[in-house]
Design a protein around this ligand. Structure first.
Ligand code: NAD
Length: 249
């Protein structure tokens, strides 16, 4: 353990982390931004710049224009396939080996935490790599290739869709229950790279604080959580998190 405190990392926060027995980390799209994956609030790039993701990631959009939504997800899947975990993902995977207990909850659908080596990741919003039948919710690995969009479930002919939670949909109950259970019993809750605007994920920090945990935020800009947090660190996750890991060495 080193005895230095760069100005970006308040000593009280570092101590809270070093002595945490039950740590919960919630991540959002900001953690994958340095892997080249745009957050929903950044301008989209290329062909998709004129579309608002919050209008495409809805059940209504899928019914109204399934081809458009399917193609947007195909583009996002392609970006994710080409992306690699960045130093923030790596630091969180390392942290899991360094603290007594770390539960990682993510709103990201890209699977980069698992690629970096994090285990037992709670995916609140699904995973874009999986495709499901929109009626049965079963995972479908292969389907007949046709000119029609969306492709249809080989079993029941219902439209196929990505296994992600769209705006206005319920989150998977198993993931929510696991996230709330871990949050209600943690001693330190870290919110990283999330705008803290999307509920119910944004409620977790308040549950933690209500149950007596310290709450810290690491984000590129202030959010609605910032003024409630015990520690608010502004900066890039890919810089701040590796700095934090240095304190364990
Ligand atoms: P968001 O887009 O609402 O907010 C991202 C936050 O991260 C912003 O506050 C931004 O200031 C911050 N940020 C950006 N770059 C950062 C960096 N390098 N370091 C630290 N902070 C940084 O994302 P959200 O809160 O996760 O919620 C939006 C929804 O979008 C979620 O449901 C999520 O599933 C989905 N989404 C996922 C991905 C992904 O899986 N990679 C990408 C885009 C959107």
């Amino acid at each position: 353990m080193t005895d230095r405190s760069p100005p970006t990392l308040p000593r009280d926060f570092v101590d809270a982390l070093l002595y945490s027995k039950r740590l919960v980390v919630l991540t959002g799209a900001g953690v994958s931004a340095e892997s080249g994956l745009p957050t929903f609030r950044q301008a989209q790039i290329g062909l998709w710049s004129r579309y608002d993701p919050q209008e495409l990631a809805t059940p209504q959009a899928f019914v109204a224009n399934p081809r458009l939504v399917w193609e947007w997800y195909a583009w996002r899947r392609q970006l994710i396939t080409e992306a690699s975990p960045n130093p923030a993902h790596q630091a969180l995977a390392d942290l899991q080996q360094l603290v007594p207990a770390l539960t990682l909850i993510t709103q990201n659908v890209d699977g980069l935490h698992q690629q970096a080596g994090s285990s037992d990741v709670i995916e609140l919003h699904g995973n874009i790599g999986r495709t499901i039948c929109s009626r049965e919710r079963t995972v479908v690995d292969a389907w007949p290739v046709t000119e029609e969009f969306p492709p249809l479930c080989p079993d029941c002919q219902a439209p196929l869709r990505p296994d992600v939670v769209w705006f206005g949909e319920s989150l998977p109950s198993g993931a929510v229950n696991a996230a709330v259970d871990a949050t209600a019993t943690c001693d330190l809750f870290l919110s990283i790279g999330t705008s803290a605007l999307i509920h119910p994920a944004a409620d977790l920090a308040h549950i933690a604080q209500h149950r007596g945990a310290l709450v810290a935020e690491l984000n590129a800009e202030p959010t609605p959580l910032t003024r409630h947090a015990d520690f608010a660190l502004q900066g890039q996750a890919g810089v701040l998190l590796p700095e934090l890991i240095d304190y364990f060495r």
